[in-house]
Design a protein around this ligand. Sequence first.
Ligand code: CA
Length: 229
Amino acid sequence: MTANILLVEDEPAIQELLAFNVLQCGFRAIQALDVTSAADEINRALPDLILLDWMLPDTTGVEFARRLRADQRTRNIPIIMLTARTEERDKVMGLEAGADDYITKPFSPRELMARIRAVLRRRMPQMSEETVTAAGLELSPTTHRISANGSSLELGPTEFRILHFFMTHPERVYSRGQLLDQIWGDHVFVEERTVDVHIRRLRQALEPSGLDSLIQTVRGSGYRFSLEK
Ligand code: CA
């Protein structure tokens, strides 16, 4: 899965530098020169991470981070603050506003990318390229191969994403709406029963290996990937 990174930075040279590095790392870059256009982009589709400059022409990055944290829809988007302010209390203020990490200008592109990867890994494990294993399943996001109890498993792209999401978020119940947001992306107009169709296909694919019971229906709530019966 390619992560969409929203870059909120008003200095064109730094904006271009950020976009260049983000693309080099295989992510998608969405560019915004101020908070107003960043908010428009977020309205269109939720990014997977926001790189947020502190000093912006309309609203400060800190204020915007607070707003994002206060809103149900944007509450969980990882944020990395970018700033020329080096004082400890500024850093504390940024983190208190809800930033996940903080980097000071001038930054080394390498360090910035390492931080982006670390935050994505921590906040959105399904974005990571690492092979995941659980029960008798092994799934590789890079090769798109899955094995179930040693034999290879063929899945459609949506079932693949569902399984990857579940394997990186075990033991938690997700409603159909939450699964749509996480797997299809929010603002995608798909009916909730579509989730049921894909879950059914996923279970059918897992059946021969006896691993279909990992995908549990939680009555009235949604679905859970659980290693416990
Ligand atoms: Ca700035």
